[in-house]
Design a protein around this ligand. Sequence first.
Ligand SMILES: *Cc1c(COP(=O)(O)O)cnc(C)c1O
Length: 216
Amino acid sequence: MTDIKKNISNLKKIINSDTTIIAVSKKKPADLIEKAYENGILNFGENYLQEALAKISILKHLNISWHFIGKIQSNKCKEIAKNFNWVHTVDRYKVAKLLNDNCPLNKSINVLIQVNIDDEKSKNGINEGDIYSLAKKIISLPNLNLKGIMVIPKNTTDSKLTEVSFAKTKQIALELNKNFKGVNEISMGMSNDFELAIKNGSTMIRIGTGIFGERN
Ligand SMILES: *Cc1c(COP(=O)(O)O)cnc(C)c1O
């Protein structure tokens, strides 16, 4: 049995208190999310809309901030806008516009631009050169708050390569912040590399396995 309480307290010992922990709960049931919540986790990340909606509904009595971190199809934007507080995977204007247009009254959605930091064909995310123009367009959408960028670096066991990607991400974030005030979040780092990510400026780490144990 995974000891969620212990995993969270160990994690909190390693990181400093201004790094946001996003517990990635994909494929994990609502009762385990509630367990993590009882142990001080307030932010949860989900990848698959239908699965997430079921859990969000069960857990609506809790004050959870829900983060959408999966691939976005435009026909899912309406439900994402209604049910999530953060969206990490905005990589085109069409999606930003749909989230904005479907945002309920009295709500705004925090968004991050997903950057394809290692230029991988298989990965979502915008290319570095197109970030500025997308950021400018997102800023003009009244229901969205542009908060920063998100990356998923190339999958490798060579931490030197990962660190190159992380360092590059930090530079991009600094540059963006010069142009857009308050745009300063970096969603970067998962169970295997979050310490390296924090060392390179990450402000939000996305931890699945490290909190909930292996996924089936
Ligand atoms: C699944 C997932 C994570 C969590 O990965 P772990 O290695 O289990 O910590 C983080 N970010 C994204 C985008 C994911 O899809």
